[in-house]
Ligand binder design. Sequence first.
Ligand SMILES: [Zn+2]
Length: 151
Amino acid sequence: MLKDQRLVQTAVIGHTASEVPVVLPTRAGEVSAFRRAHAADTFWCGRWLGGCGGRLSIKTYQDRVCHFAHVPDPGRGPCRRTSAGVASADHLYIKQQVLAWLAGQSITAHASLPQEGDRLGAEVLFEPGGHGCLRVVLDAQAAPLTTADDG
Ligand SMILES: [Zn+2]
């Protein structure tokens, strides 16, 4: 069996279907503070990260980059998560922050993420009631083609 060489820097907190993202610091000193701040939390290679659903543990190193690692589970298949770097949870942060900002304006909104694996982190669609819609595109390939007439 091949060893997983990816450096997983993001996870979700609490359970595999969680939308609460977290980014692990890369340096050991920062990871110590991170561990204290998240002493009661569990970390997951979550569904909304395009992950396998497995539980993650923190790997701390003094001489190389700290990262999350999958807790061994013989019943789980190989992880096919395509994006694991620091930006891989941006869509979840954007969803949280924009919903909070809209709530601060007394606007209740619904937000949705693409369901398909490849496009999962590509965009977030917000539908604030009575205010049209807002589409945040994080992947240029997700943007529709525009013509000169559009502009
Ligand atoms: Zn995984």
